[in-house]
Design a protein around this ligand. Sequence first.
Ligand code: BES
Ligand code: MN
Ligand code: ZN
Length: 492
Amino acid sequence: MDFQLVKLDAGQAACTQADALLALAPARFKAAAGDALSELIASAIKGEHFKTEAGATLSMYLPPRIAAPRVLLAGIGDGSAAQVRKAIDALGAELRRLPSKNLLVCVAGEQEPENWVGPATRALAQACYSYQATKSKPQPVKLGKIVLGTAHEAAAKPVFARAKAAAAGVRLAREWANRPANHATPAMLAEAARALAGKKGPLTCQVLGPKEVAKLGMGAFQAVAQGSAQELRLIVLRYEGAPKSQAPVALIGKGITFDAGGISLKPGPEMDEMKFDMSGAASVLGVFHTLGQLRPKINVVGLIAACENLPDGRAVKPGDVVTSMSGQTIEILNTDAEGRLILCDALTYARRFKPRAMVDIATLTGACMIALGGVRSGLFSADDALARALEQAGDAADDPCWRMPLDEDYAQGLKSNFADIANVAGRPAGSVTAAKFLQKFVGDTPWAHLDIAGTAWLGGAAKGATGRPVALLLEYLLGQAGAPASQRKRRA
Ligand code: BES
Ligand code: MN
Ligand code: ZN
């Protein structure tokens, strides 16, 4: 999708040639005399065909005095990011079905503030994505170009550039998360990561295979992968936009390309959705795609631990004890709690980069989905400043999370008679005990864990990846680019 920003007010939008025109109408909309679009909206409101509340829409063909043949109206309520998203979500199916090649978007009424541009760009990109990779007769969305018209073009420009690049990252994350496990193997994810890294420039990629991972002593990661014919990959992406002296932020993505549960086999219904168990990894790919476009002055390390979790004659068994890279031994009581096993070794590896913060992103527990549903991702961190920064980033990017507890008492159930730690506790507070497990591997490095089990994909008729939490992570990282240098120093 090609996005453009032009200087244009609503009056000019009415007489601008376009295949389709989308006018967003805020609750404070007042018709300006003489402007065809405003008059159209005013009369539609008067005739009770249209409302300015978010979610209300009206679709028209060849309305008078408007240059575009197809006109869509959408109420955006108070104009907040969430309301703009709601408005565009309501038009989603219609936008995807439009026969039009290009769409002009504006806000109705005079002197509109420019803060709709970011949310609208993100939501339009989201709405116009349609998965095609494994269809024999691809039917891509016709709409190829979206032009946003605002009277405040200069002010909107930086927001727009950021939103456009973020939308591309979200799209890449959705695309990889959506691909079925046989079209998104660990090796294919590694190729996707390699493709992001250029021959020169600030983005580089290194891929480790089974031999290197064994040499590193990643016994927990290896244990998960050993039941599958697909080789594991440890993907190391580096974005260096700041001097080497500046400590990086490390992102660590869970990349289980399919989670059958292993010997602790999952039940059949909806097992296909476990192809999405690499959504954390996909979000890291998405973030790096955007970093490559925006080139902010920060350093970021992206680690992806990728493998399948399958039952097999060679698979790890309940009761097996493995030695993690940290040296801690783990009794694997449930082979379906595999995410924490691959992440614990990836976290240990991440500490080598002396990051000033590390954030893991994982579809870790069904319990988190039960606790928070699809609205907020679970956030776990013992570091108040890091937690607050991520919470604020989530709110600002309309990709929210909610902080969960990490009291030491929650770690009680992880005790083992046969190893240093067990990989599962009981059923209560399952998302918290999973986070407590990970915490045993972070040492004194500031760390946060995002459990995206409920937010990474939608089930049912709208089944598909959401691209979350790419927007949250980018908001956080780009905020760091402006943070005082004292907070960015390399840790001793
Ligand atoms: N990938 C799953 C978590 C998951 C399940 C995410 C359903 C989204 C929907 C994870 O590997 C898993 O199987 N977790 C277990 C942990 C349990 C065995 C302690 C779970 O949540 O049931
Ligand atoms: Mn599992
Ligand atoms: Zn899993």
